[in-house]
Design a binder for this molecule. Structure first.
Ligand code: PMP
Length: 436
């Protein structure tokens, strides 16, 4: 059967003739019967081309912080593009957006780019150029985009393949990565300060950067334990390593100033994307003056034909104003808290073991265990199949989280109290599938 209605099925068959597997990103492929074709979105809702309406908690993997087709953002973009979209010169909009980011995120300098992958790629190069070192540390399960260097031991590789905690194995997520790349990558378990310290002490002279997702937004929103981000900060200071906070998911979402503000830890470089544009393609590399000024024309490259284009910058300019002036985060937090607590109660009442993770703006939960996981390894003790079963039932009922437990539930400003109530009602209904 699957999730596809009649029109969706036909349209998807058409897509498969010209687009590999009918999708423009592998993460959107849910198999031949469940991959959807979407007609439009408005506020907290999306409609597939069969006209089925869903409350959207995937929000395009996080970017839609305000709501789909948010009128003030659409209007600003429409007005701005009347005057052209790209000039290979600086525009006033770029300056405005950079000023707003510096103010909101308390960073010294910003370079704009187009996607999370571009931002993390440039951040890694800046860190290498800044330190003159070539290796970097990342954490198991974390996703930093499609650059070869980052695609090892993220949440898509079989957990049985990544070796022991004391001697982790770097496992590539994909074919097509040159063998030599692995030499530059050190993957360590998240939240393990002792293991991190030992690695840094032994190899600091080779390590350019420690890149960290401050909340594991690609593993169900596992939280950093108290002191973990602070320990990274301290090690980076002590050993001259560049700290890169990958805030592609957390930026502008968990607080105005993102994870730096939320956790009170300042990074050397920060990468932003998703919520900065509410669905328009814009991203940023930001950070401290000294590190950002490693970028030097003719010496240390950062570039891109579309960087700072009018479409993305106009959207970001509108988004940043709304985040600054409206109760976006307090509204999202109120609704997210309600969902987390009531969903937890419903599961408890049904006698289903569960643990919630993350923050109200991007939360996750695992079934089958009652303690929140602290890293990729403990996360896999949860019953991920049971989660998928539950999520697929919810999707059938018009509530759309990702079926993959690793993707958090994302909330937008347009989500109403009624939507929350409807979600809870359907949630209660769907957990019946776990009892049978
Ligand atoms: N970093 C993080 C933390 C992400 O979650 C993602 C995307 N999910 C990326 C980087 C890559 O961003 P993009 O898909 O825009 O290239």
């Amino acid at each position: 059967m699957g999730l596809q209605g009649k029109k969706t099925k036909e349209m998807y068959q058409r897509a498969m003739k010209v687009i590999p597997h009918g999708v423009n990103s592998n993460f959107r492929y849910w198999g031949e019967n469940d991959t959807l074709v979407i007609e439009r979105g408005q506020g907290a809702y999306i409609w597939d081309i069969d006209g089925k309406q869903s409350i959207d908690y995937r929000l395009a993997f996080g970017p839609i912080i305000l709501g789909h087709a948010y009128p003030a953002v659409t209007a600003k973009v429409q007005e701005a593009i009347e005057g052209g979209t790209l000039f290979a010169w600086t525009t006033p909009l770029e300056i405005e957006v950079a000023e707003k980011i510096c103010k909101m995120c308390k960073v010294d300098k910003v370079r704009l780019t187009n996607s999370g992958t571009e931002a993390t790629m440039h951040a890694l190069r800046i860190a290498r150029a800044h330190t003159g070192r070539e290796k970097f540390i990342k954490f198991e399960g974390q996703y930093h985009g499609m650059l070869d260097y980052f695609m090892f031991s993220n949440a898509s590789v079989p957990i049985s393949s990544i070796g022991s905690r004391t001697n982790p194995i770097n496992v590539p997520m994909t074919s097509g990565i040159p063998k030599a790349i692995v030499e530059y990558v050190i993957n360590l378990p998240y939240n393990d300060v002792d293991r991190l310290e030992a690695e840094v002490r032994a190899h600091w002279g080779e390590i350019a950067a420690i890149i960290v997702e401050p909340i594991m937004g690609n593993v169900g929103s596992i939280m950093p334990e108290k002191g973990f981000l602070e320990a990274i900060r301290a090690l980076c200071d002590k050993y001259g390593i560049v700290m890169i906070m990958d805030e592609v998911k957390t930026g502008f979402r968990i607080a105005k100033g993102g994870a730096q503000e939320y956790f009170g830890v300042k990074s050397d470089l920060v990468t932003y994307a998703k919520s900065l544009g509410n669905g328009f393609p814009i991203a940023a590399i930001a950070g401290k003056e000294e590190v950002m000024m490693t970028i030097q024309p003719g010496q240390m490259a950062h570039g891109g034909t579309y960087s700072g284009n009018v479409v993305g910058t106009a959207a970001a300019s509108a988004v940043l104003d709304i985040l600054a002036n409206e109760p976006v985060h307090s509204t999202i937090n109120k609704h997210g808290k309600l969902l987390m607590s009531r969903m937890g109660e419903i599961l408890s009442e049904a006698g289903i073991a569960h643990a919630f993770m993350g923050v109200p703006a991007m939360f996750g939960f695992v079934l089958g265990i009652d303690q929140p996981p602290t890293d990729l390894r403990s996360y896999h003790k949860g019953n991920l199949e049971q989660y998928e079963h539950l999520a697929m039932k919810l999707i059938e009922l018009g509530i759309q989280p990702d079926a993959d437990a690793r993707e958090p539930w994302f909330l937008c400003y347009s989500l109403s109290e009624q939507d929350v109530a409807q979600t809870l009602e359907k949630f209660e209904q769907s957990i019946e599938v776990l009892k049978s």
